[in-house]
Design a protein around this ligand. Structure first.
Ligand SMILES: [Zn+2]
Length: 149
C-alpha cells in the first residue's frame, strides 16, 4: 500500500479496493435505510470520487431507492458502498478499511433516527470476546496483505 492511499475490502476478499488517503468527507448515518442496509445502528462512510476507486473484483448492487444504489460483496455479503446513481462520488464503508482507524467521521447524518441506546453503550458491563486463541478456531475472513493486491 502506498503512503497516499488506503486499502480495504469485504470479509472474504473477493472484492478489494484502493482509494486516495484523503476522502472528500467521512460521516456516519443513522437513517432507517442505512440501519436496514447494515443490520447495525448506523453506517460509517468515506466519500471519494467514483473515478478514484480502483477495484479488484466488483461489488454486487442493490438499488435501495430510485436515488441510491448500495454495493456489497456478492460472495460474503459485506456492505461496501453507497452511491447516488446520478452523482460523481461513491461512499465506502469505513470499517471495510484494512486500518479501521485510518479515517474518522466528521459529520452525523439523520441523528433524529438514531436508536436510543446507540450513544449509551459506554456504561455497559464489558467482557472479552476473542476466540483466536482457541486451537479449534479457523478464520475464513480475508487476512492477506494490502500490498499483495
Ligand atoms: Zn466477500
Amino acid at each position: 500500500m502506498a503512503e497516499d492511499e488506503l486499502t480495504g475490502g469485504c470479509q472474504c476478499g473477493a472484492v478489494r479496493y484502493r482509494v486516495p488517503a484523503t476522502p472528500l468527507r467521512a460521516s456516519v448515518c443513522y437513517c432507517r435505510m442505512c440501519q436496514r442496509a447494515s443490520g447495525g445502528p448506523f453506517m460509517a462512510f468515506m466519500r471519494h470520487a467514483a473515478a478514484d476507486v480502483v477495484w479488484t473484483g466488483q461489488p454486487a448492487i442493490f438499488r435501495s431507492s430510485n436515488f441510491v444504489e448500495r454495493g456489497f460483496c456478492g460472495a460474503c455479503g459485506t456492505p461496501l458502498t453507497y452511491r447516488w446513481v446520478e452523482g460523481p462520488n461513491i461512499s465506502l464503508t469505513l470499517n471495510s478499511l484494512d486500518d479501521p482507524e485510518a479515517v474518522r467521521p466528521e459529520l452525523r447524518y439523520s441523528p433524529e433516527t438514531e436508536v436510543s441506546w446507540c450513544g449509551r453503550l459506554e456504561g455497559l458491563p464489558t467482557k472479552q470476546m476473542d476466540v483466536t486463541g482457541d486451537a479449534r478456531f479457523v478464520n475464513h475472513q480475508w487476512t492477506g496483505s494490502p500490498t499483495a493486491d
